[in-house]
Design a protein around this ligand. Structure first.
Ligand code: HDD
Length: 693
């Protein structure tokens, strides 16, 4: 018979398990509140065991662990989120009765989740992909979810095609790869057969799909919605988010390298910015138009593959979004948040856009499979912050305890002095009366007004700068080079001719292929006036939010580092010190400069520009370090500004760079000049490091 013992039989007291005893804080308990005395050792029959089934502490712990994962989102699985607020800066009661737009300065809490679309939850932050931009506004009259993307148009016109689109882009069905990539047969096969996707393809192949930071990208509600005022008058609206830090993208080569260097690049950037008090901010803009205006356009405003050029309908700024708090718990908040395009509030309504109509079903439906219960709205991140009452009862994981008998309506329980429960309000949500004539018969149709698939794709291409056009061409060449089915490559080329002949020819040349005859378009494209709003590079971006990587060595000049730090901080930028050892370096004056990163953990792709502050010995040493050579040659190839002190020459020479107007000698007073270049690239360098496509 086992002896009663206070220890585990090996002389180690129970509860120690190699760790110190409880150090303050609340008592550890089971899920049912029973205090636990030993969290290190399971209950055994003698030594060394076996472990007893009776050990409810062990069983509960493992049972819970076994069920900790929930199904990832079918799309947009990888994401990061933050809390913040929306502030109305220009009230629009004449357009909408939505409570959040009534008073200047009025604020409502928000939760925002950014995501990539195709990759799994554990994929990287920087694939070439669309970024989700989903905002939950907790208003006084319920939650409004604006579930948008960083691209203002979508691949398909009808929700009927969404499962096909996603199946085509996700890892191929038989082999389970590629992960988080559109560069494969099935995606381009689908694209080549669905010309409506080509406008969004132009965006997805542009630098918009490889943003430098989540803080530096635009957001769009995509669909046409309605605003409805207190008189019940409706206006059509498109929603836009404009980033305070301007737009910035990486190059493709950078995005690929960042994936390896820091797969969490975007979420880390968001986290660090919020922790540092540099709260990311966007303006909310609206494009307002009516049915008469819509009827006069060469496209249909209900077609989600079309945008409304900002030059045609200017974006009016009505509010700002500030993200000021990172979630306390990733799973409870970012993973469990459920966005529903069907979450609208009085004053905001849907349109007949067939893609939006399908979304109204899909998001509610998917939450049941992801979160396991129809009561997912009770999870704190999803719960409205205004009162909520209805007669929907019971269901799995019901955590509210409704009182009384009234769980149906109408009832007359009040006549017996009982609580009759809530009643519908004459101030409640009212749907906009339909704008269009009802169809005379039920039909599976694609409206004729949706037939022009190419004019806006062409508009997007011709509105880009030369560097941006080069990037689009290089991206399509890259993607099609990964397509193994030759007939698919050929059909894509045949479609691309309808967008722009010279672009299609350059892509064919880049592939080493003949340009096939164009496929006949459903409707002949027309030339539209260039829209500068569609380009990133036509808009100067501020220095704020950018980061300088400073490579230092022992014996480096301390005042030069200080000058860079103060110039960066004055401009709202940051500096990270990179050194051969993470412990830092001993400066020329003998003082220690701590490093943020070790050289091989912080390639220059993580920074917007670099500086080399080195002693002659340090430069000689680093000229023999591959990571330091890559630090320089990559910054050069990625067209970034490079600051350096005189002794850095051996490293610059060995890295094979040719000094140009984007090099700054930091021995003079050039710190500010270098910092000013943080958001700017010298694209002319691309021609020096890449063969033309
Ligand atoms: Fe979607 C998630 C954006 C079309 C079905 N979508 C999802 C998310 C974003 C978008 C940002 C992530 C939300 C989050 O962070 O939890 N989706 C869009 C945009 C679209 C779009 C801008 C077109 C304009 N989506 C779309 C269609 C369907 C879906 C046409 C289905 C018919 N989307 C879903 C979904 C997801 C989703 C399967 C996955 C997880 C979720 O909803 O909650 O229901």
């Amino acid at each position: 018979m086992a002896k009663k013992t206070q220890g585990n039989g090996r002389g180690i007291p129970q509860g120690s398990g190699g760790e110190t005893q409880q150090r303050g804080g609340p008592v550890l308990t089971t899920n049912h509140g029973v205090p636990i005395s030993d969290n290190q050792n399971s209950l055994k029959a003698g030594q060394p065991g076996p472990t007893l089934l009776e050990d409810f502490v062990l069983r509960e712990k493992i049972f819970h662990f076994d069920h900790e994962r929930i199904p990832e989102r079918i799309v947009h699985a990888r994401g990061t989120g933050a809390h913040g607020f929306f502030e109305c800066t220009d009230p629009i009661p004449e357009l909408t009765r939505a409570s959040l737009f009534q008073k200047r300065g009025a604020k409502v809490p928000v939760f925002v989740r950014f995501s990539t679309v195709a990759g799994s939850k554990g994929s990287k932050d920087t694939p070439r992909d669309v970024r989700g931009f989903a905002v939950k506004f907790y208003t006084e009259e319920g939650n409004w979810d604006l579930v948008g993307n960083n691209i203002p148009v979508f691949f398909i016109q009808d929700a009927m095609k969404f499962p096909d689109l996603i199946h085509a882009v996700k890892p191929e069905a038989d082999r389970g790869f590629p992960q988080a990539a559109s560069a494969h047969d099935t995606f381009w096969d689908f694209v080549s057969l669905m010309p409506e996707s080509l406008h969004m393809i132009m965006w997805a192949m542009s630098d918009r799909a490889i943003p430098r930071s989540l803080r530096m990208m635009e957001g769009f509600g995509v669909h046409t919605f309605h605003l409805v005022n207190a008189e019940g008058e409706a206006t059509m609206v498109k929603f836009h988010w404009k980033p305070k830090l301007g737009m910035q993208s990486t190059t493709w080569d950078e995005a690929v390298k960042i994936s390896g260097a820091d797969p969490d690049y975007h979420r880390r950037d968001l986290y660090e910015a919020i922790q540092a008090g540099d709260c990311p901010e966007w303006e909310l803009g609206i494009q307002i138009f009516d049915q008469d205006w819509a009827d006069r356009q060469p496209y249909d405003v209900l077609d989600p593959t079309k945008l409304i050029p900002e030059e045609e309908v200017p974006v009016r700024i009505v509010g700002r979004l500030v993200l000021d708090r990172y979630p306390d718990n990733f799973f409870a908040e970012t993973e469990q948040v459920a966005f529903l395009p069907s979450n609208v509030v009085p004053g905001i309504d849907f349109s007949n856009d067939p893609l939006l109509q399908g979304r109204l079903f899909s998001y509610l439906d998917t939450q049941k499979s992801r979160l396991g219960t129809t009561n997912f709205h009770q999870i704190p991140i999803n719960a409205p912050k205004c009162p909520m009452h209805n007669f929907q009862r019971d269901g799995m994981m019901q955590v509210q305890v409704p009182k009384g008998r009234a769980n149906y309506e109408p009832n007359s329980l009040d006549e017996a002095g009982e609580d009759p429960g809530p009643r519908a309000s004459d101030q409640g949500f009212v749907s906009v009366a339909a704008f269009t004539e009802p169809a005379e018969e039920k039909r599976r149709i694609r409206p004729e007004s949706f037939a022009d698939h190419f004019s806006q794709a062409r508009l997007f291409f011709v509105s880009q700068t030369e560097a941006e056009q080069n990037h689009i061409i290089a991206a399509i060449v890259f993607e099609l080079s990964k397509v193994q089915l030759k007939h698919v490559r050929k059909r894509v080329l045949a479609q691309l001719r309808n967008i722009d002949e010279s672009m299609a020819q350059r892509i064919a040349d880049g592939l080493g292929a003949e340009l096939p005859p164009a496929l006949p378009p459903a409707k002949a494209p027309v030339d539209l006036p260039v829209s500068d709003a569609l380009s990133i590079l036509k808009h100067p971006a501020p220095v704020e939010g950018r980061c300088l990587g400073v490579l230092v060595s022992d014996g480096a000049d301390g005042p030069v580092v200080e000058a860079l730090k103060s110039a960066a901080s004055a401009a709202g930028a940051t500096v990270k010190i990179v050194a051969p050892k993470v412990g830092g370096v001993k400066l020329k004056g003998g003082e220690l400069l701590e490093a943020d990163e070790k050289i091989d953990g912080a390639p220059s792709v993580l920074f917007d520009a670099i500086a080399l502050v080195l002693s002659p010995e340090g430069a000689d040493q680093l000229a023999g370090e591959k990571a330091a050579l890559d630090f320089v040659s990559d910054a050069y190839a990625h067209c970034k500004a490079i600051g350096h002190t005189g002794p850095a020459k051996p490293l610059l020479d060995k890295a094979g760079v040719v000094q140009d107007g984007f090099f700054f000698d930091l021995s003079g007073s050039n710190a500010e000049a270098l910092i000013e270049k943080l958001p700017i690239r010298d694209w002319s360098r691309e021609k020096k490091v890449k063969l033309p496509v």
